[in-house]
Design a protein around this ligand. Sequence first.
Ligand code: HEM
Length: 216
Amino acid sequence: METKGAPTEDLSSGGFLSKFLSDLVDSPVNLALLGVCGYLLYRVLKGRRPDDAPYVPDESLPPLPKRDMTVEEIRPYDGKQPDGRILMAVNGKVFDVTRGKKFYGPDGPYGIFAGRDASRGLATFALSEEVLKDGYDDLSDLSPMEMDSVREWETQFMMKYDCIGKLIKPEPEEKPEDGEKEKVSSVTEKAVGDEVHSETTPEETSEGDVKKPSSE
Ligand code: HEM
């Protein structure tokens, strides 16, 4: 009996595989993606060999005391220091990922995340420097799907690595009020003016005001 409707494709495993392979080879974008995946897979698997990690810190690194940190504070922990410690932030938490050095060490496939907030890179599946922000990243522009992905990564990291604490937003530098600035600069100018005509050096206070030394 003849069946009506659109002609059916041969989706047996042989037909599917050959269509898949021809689609892959026909498109340069697919080929490039395949290349990237192959390269990352190679790097991940290569990193598994125990003799392939000369920078390896030893497993006896003492655990870091728990504390909240800013991005600037986690920066130095990029695995390139003598102890090889690697910290990385994911969704507002700081993890000690030193035991994943084959991934995040200087020669690892995900070394770009070492000492950084990796959330945006993980959310967007990107491993490029341009994607990651240098300062604090509030991730507010990520889509709900990307945020779900970051949360999944966070769960995975919670299971695998030590959480050191929270990633904190640095306090904004305190700027003096406009009036105060004028006051300070006029005092400074006066003192500098005085200094020109005086043999003694003005002494600076911690508030940034300039105080003339007492005449005693
Ligand atoms: C398409 C190419 C990719 C391939 C073939 C690939 C392959 C792998 C494999 C096999 C693992 C597991 C290794 C293991 O558990 O021993 C892994 C883990 C991982 N991949 Fe990829 N990956 C790819 C792309 C990416 C991208 C683009 C990112 C980030 C934006 C990424 C981030 C990660 C992370 C964070 C881990 C977990 C490492 C850990 O356990 O700490 N991967 N990848």
